[in-house]
Design a protein around this ligand. Structure first.
Ligand SMILES: NC(=O)c1ccc[n+]([C@@H]2O[C@H](COP(=O)([O-])OP(=O)(O)OC[C@H]3O[C@@H](n4cnc5c(N)ncnc54)[C@H](OP(=O)(O)O)[C@@H]3O)[C@@H](O)[C@H]2O)c1
Length: 264
């Protein structure tokens, strides 16, 4: 299986690293293109895979092609490659807002399409990828894509109707989790904890809490209650977070994210 990436920035690199580390395919089976010479050098020297001279070259030598450019470049990139696509190739979008129908219209021919929404924790094998497939993708091909995405984390097949809501809770979510970690660390530093230790404490608290949600299957509210002793310190923090609108702030942010995804 030959896998190509058109675009190799934050997301492409994270996914490629996961694929390489998994051993699913060898470096010889991978190729990637980018706009700048600087990134092409990174593809060659840091990922140790073959940089392609053009997007068309990626298409010519791949069975599966990930379109890992920013959403605003999809139209130009598809126009560049659409005339050389082969019927058996699979094209995988990673962009928010670009529907299967929109993609198919741009290719202007019958093409096997997969729409995904990954996230950057793929870089450490803890990504989350939602995906849905177009009508021409067979069950075996669907499994092939899921297998690739499992190289860098969890995978969930998702109805296309829900895909615009996925960036807010998954694709974009690491940004606000990082802000939360940074804010906790800043407060810890203000209380005298050295900066490096503060990041370790804050990040491990997030990692451990996330694992508890995923592994116990318990309601997050019940897990929160377990930390709050009557008259204790934690409930004081929880009360203050409620007073300052933490939940509604997160929900408003996510609503803005989904609104933007629908406009792309
Ligand atoms: N970052 C995230 O957390 C995240 C999460 C979920 C989904 N996504 C989606 O992933 C896609 C890529 O995002 P990103 O964050 O990886 O962006 P990025 O870091 O800006 O990377 C974009 C890549 O595309 C390359 N590129 C730009 N124009 C090109 C062209 N015409 N032909 C070939 N390559 C071209 C760039 O080349 P140069 O390096 O030479 O500029 C760069 O390598 C987007 O659709 C985004 O919505 C991102």
């Amino acid at each position: 299986m030959k896998i190509g990436f058109i675009g190799c920035g934050n997301m492409g690199t994270a996914m490629l690293n996961g694929i390489l580390q998994s051993g699913l395919v060898t470096a010889q089976d991978l190729t990637a293109s980018a706009k700048s010479e600087e990134t092409r050098m990174k593809i060659k020297n840091e990922l140790n895979i073959r940089p392609a001279d053009s997007n068309q070259e990626v298409v010519k030598c791949s069975d599966i092609v990930f379109l890992a450019v920013k959403p605003q470049y999809y139209e130009t990139v598809i126009a560049e490659i659409k005339d050389i696509v082969k019927q058996e190739q699979i094209f995988v979008s990673v962009a928010p807002g670009k529907t299967l129908a929109w993609l198919e219209e741009r290719f202007a021919r019958p093409v096997k399409l997969v729409r995904t929404m990954p996230n950057t924790p793929a870089m450490v094998g803890e990504g989350m990828t939602a995906y849905c497939t177009g009508a021409r993708v067979t069950a075996d091909e669907k499994e092939q894509i899921a297998q690739i995405c499992r190289c860098f984390g969890r995978v969930e097949e998702t109805d296309e109707g829900m895909m615009d809501a996925v960036p807010a809770v998954s694709g974009s979510a690491p940004a606000y989790v990082f802000m939360f970690i940074e804010a906790m660390a800043d407060a810890a530093v203000a209380d005298g904890i050295p900066r490096a230790k503060a990041y370790t404490f804050a990040a491990q608290a997030v990692l451990g809490s996330a694992k508890m949600v995923l592994e116990t299957g318990m309601h997050p509210g019940a897990l929160k209650d377990m930390v709050c002793s009557p008259g204790g310190t934690t409930i004081e923090a929880v009360r203050t977070l409620e007073k300052t609108g933490m939940r509604s702030s997160v929900m408003e942010a996510m609503r803005a994210c989904t609104k933007k995804a629908r406009q792309l």
